[in-house]
Design a protein around this ligand. Structure first.
Ligand SMILES: *Cc1c(COP(=O)(O)O)cnc(C)c1O
Length: 362
């Protein structure tokens, strides 16, 4: 733990924390943060650059504080995917869905927040930073979510925010829309469905529940399937009352004109950017089969990563052995497990062959 100097008046609740720190290390195969491995085409890069150079001529002015054009485009994008009828009044956009999560805690963290672990580590970390009480809910031994037990936990603890991540990170498993509806029907507070990996899954999006259950809030991001992590653009879809509350806690002009412009252009290229999703799903299933053939156990995944176990050395040791050979994967802090993001063909091949070597050498 960091020893903070005594003159530094750091808030008590922060002193025990460590910063979010997925290692950013040079490696031949970077497969640790669930990014899409395929870069934008030259055509898209040029379209972004052209648009940015126009916007650059107006950078003496603040950007559109309400990002109306972008939020309208995001609403249209979701309507196209889910056959919904949202407008900009149902959409909030921010610098990555992490900022969305932070805003939700700031606006609605008057009570406790509940999530079902293991899940996305930033939910409890942002709760801590925003001084919201965090409750660790339970999953089954195999990491799937027991819906009746989840409902019991919500009804018992009465959190103002409940997080369901589906497909779940770091396990990859998804819950069905029927299961989410069952939870929504019998609980109050906000039900936050973090759908960072939704595009990789066959399940129907929880955005389709919002009209009937206005306390359902769906978080999406351009960072994963959409292959646009570098821009930092996350968004939420919700009832307009939720969006109105976001206006209270956002910092003025929080989304730069450059971010808004790049994201707007990207949405015009959605066919290209989402074009790799089918490929990644096929590759995910192939890598999962290869891991099984090696005698490892893989959690069934509806996302672009795999959580696997069944190796008989400590996770940290195997992680390091892989890194020493140029393959950066993720130690998510689950004893006996490691997580790998699906890469391009060369990266996947390198991952499997390197893993064989590391397991053979132990
Ligand atoms: C990656 C991830 C996010 C964060 O994405 P950004 O939009 O890049 O901030 C949110 N939720 C989950 C579950 C994730 O895995």
């Amino acid at each position: 733990m960091n020893q903070w100097p005594s003159w530094l008046p750091l808030r008590q609740n922060l002193q025990e924390l460590s910063p979010y720190g997925a290692p950013q290390l040079p490696a031949e195969a970077v497969m640790n943060t669930n990014e899409n491995p395929y870069p934008p085409s030259a055509e898209l890069a040029k379209a972004i650059a052209d648009r940015i150079s126009d916007v650059a001529l107006t950078l003496n002015r603040y950007p559109d504080r309400d990002a109306v054009v972008l939020r309208t485009k995001l609403a249209d994008f979701i309507n196209g995917l889910s056959k919904t009828r949202f407008t900009s009044s149902n959409v909030w956009a921010a610098n990555g869905s992490n900022e969305i999560i932070q805003s939700l805690f700031m606006a609605f963290g008057g009570g406790a927040a509940l999530g079902f672990t293991p899940s996305y580590s930033m939910h409890p970390l942002i709760a801590k930073v925003t001084q919201v009480q965090w409750l660790n809910g339970n999953r089954r031994e195999d990491f799937t979510l027991d819906i009746d037990s989840a409902i019991e936990q919500i009804q018992r603890d009465k959190p103002t925010l409940t997080f369901i991540t589906t497909p779940n990170n770091p396990t990859g498993s998804a819950v069905t829309i029927e299961e989410i509806e069952k939870i929504a029907k019998s609980t109050s507070g906000l039900l936050i469905v973090d759908e960072a990996y939704a595009e990789f899954s066959d399940e129907i999006s929880a955005v389709t529940l919002i009209e009937k259950y206005p306390h359902v809030v769906v978080i999406r991001t351009m960072s994963k399937a959409f292959a646009f992590a570098g821009v930092r653009l996350g968004y939420l879809i919700a009832d307009p009352a939720v969006i109105d509350a976001m206006f209270l806690v956002r910092l003025p002009y929080h989304l730069s004109a450059l971010t808004q412009a790049a994201a707007e252009v990207a949405l015009d290229f959605k066919g290209e950017l989402l074009g790799t999703v089918a490929q990644l799903r096929v590759d995910r299933d192939r890598v999962a089969a290869q891991l099984s053939e090696m005698g490892l156990t893989v959690i069934p995944s509806a996302s672009n990563f795999l959580l696997f176990t069944g190796f008989d050395m400590p996770s940290a040791q195997l992680w390091q052995a892989m890194l020493d050979r140029g393959v950066l994967i993720r130690d998510v802090g689950l004893l006996g497990y490691l997580r790998v993001t699906i890469g391009n063909e060369a990266e996947n091949t390198k991952f499997i062959s390197t893993l064989s070597v590391c397991l053979g050498e132990k």
